[in-house]
Design a protein around this ligand. Sequence first.
Ligand code: NAD
Length: 294
Amino acid sequence: DTALIDGKAFAAGLVARLADEVLDIRAATGLVPGLAVVLVGEDPASAVYVGAKHRQTMAIGMESFVHRLPAATSQAELMALLDRLNGDAAVHGILVQLPLPAHLDAHEVIAAIAPEKDVDGFHVTNAGLLATGQDALVPCTPLGCLMLLRDRLGDLAGLKVVVIGKSNIVGRPMAQLLMHEDCTVTVAHSRTRNLPDLCRAADVIVVAAGCPGLVRGDWIRPGATVIDVGINRIEADGVSRITGDVAFDEAGHAGAITPVPGGVGPMTIACLLSNTLTAFRRRHRIPASALAAE
Ligand code: NAD
């Protein structure tokens, strides 16, 4: 019987623990972790994400600073805002919601965030720290996937993992994290040959391709664990629904699988809050609690 990996419940538990920690820290020090989110323009999906981040940040007792800038904001204006946020002692985490309007240079914007406040983990300093096995702020989605895998499988050492997708946001940092767990990692992408055979040999498949139904049932070894990162909006018979990158109906022989929605998705904001608390602790040299070290 396939187990469903309940990311929604796991994320709720993580968020509740973070809320307790914020409360304890406030009581002990009077300090409050703060997260600044910058949204440029009116992309509707981005506005929804930013709203959700704001609500959840407030809900666990952190401070939330949302900066909504017009689509016509210049690169110089955005850089000036980031400069202010870098120097603002009440701000421990800074996130610029992507994608940015086309006239703005996302690489330059990310490079302008102080690495110790880069809670998305996209700055080259954090990417480099992660790649070399040092303390980094780790991108939220792969961090959430790793937490689900460890919760499900315990020690991951020696497992054969295929990561499908090599983006800087998901696939690449996922592969780095799994290498640190001593997995044997294969990174596949749109030019990979014999992807079905690679998958059939895997103990774990993590797919982040943005390709609905890409991973078919006969690609999955019986008992394998499947983490589906894909979020695809499908229109059928006039109704729109969200599906992942796995042909979920064919995966009944998997050992465990994340549903979409309700699997990886809810972990991302929970890990953003976790990263904000991590950045805050490092700034104020407050050691991680035994709870957080789990
Ligand atoms: P991306 O487009 O930047 O990268 C996709 C990667 O998948 C590329 O490396 C590409 O080579 C590979 N790929 C595409 N089609 C493929 C195919 N047919 N076979 C093998 N490889 C293929 O996307 P991304 O930003 O990494 O996001 C991937 C998916 O994850 C999207 O569906 C996105 O919506 C979702 N996502 C979810 C969360 C979340 O759950 N919170 C966060 C980020 C991204």
